[in-house]
Design a protein around this ligand. Structure first.
Ligand SMILES: [Zn+2]
Length: 82
C-alpha cells in the first residue's frame, strides 16, 4: 500500500522537537511547535508572525537597554506600559 504521507514529506526548517518550525511542501503549511502546542500558518501568516516577533524582540531589547541600572537614582525616560 502506498503511504499517504508520501506527498506530505515535512521538512524541519529550524529548532527541535521541543520548539521548532516544520514545513509541508505539499500543503504549503508551516507548523510552529512549542512544547505540546502546535500552530499552523500559511505563508502570509507565518511572515506576519515572524515580523511581529522580530519587532517585539527589538522593542524588548530597547526596553532592557533603557532599564539597565546605571547608578543613576532617577529612572527618567523609562515608561511603564502597565
Ligand atoms: Zn501536507
Amino acid at each position: 500500500m502506498m503511504n499517504a504521507n508520501d506527498r506530505h514529506k515535512k521538512v524541519r526548517l529550524s529548532g527541535n522537537d521541543d520548539c521548532g518550525v516544520i514545513f509541508c511542501p505539499g500543503c504549503g503549511i508551516l507548523e510552529v511547535s512549542i512544547g505540546a502546542t502546535t500552530m499552523r500558518f500559511n505563508h502570509a501568516s507565518f511572515y506576519t508572525l515572524g515580523a511581529t516577533l522580530s519587532q517585539a524582540k527589538d522593542r524588548l531589547a530597547e526596553l532592557q537597554e533603557t532599564s539597565v541600572p546605571n547608578g543613576n537614582a532617577s529612572p527618567a525616560g523609562i515608561k511603564h506600559v502597565h
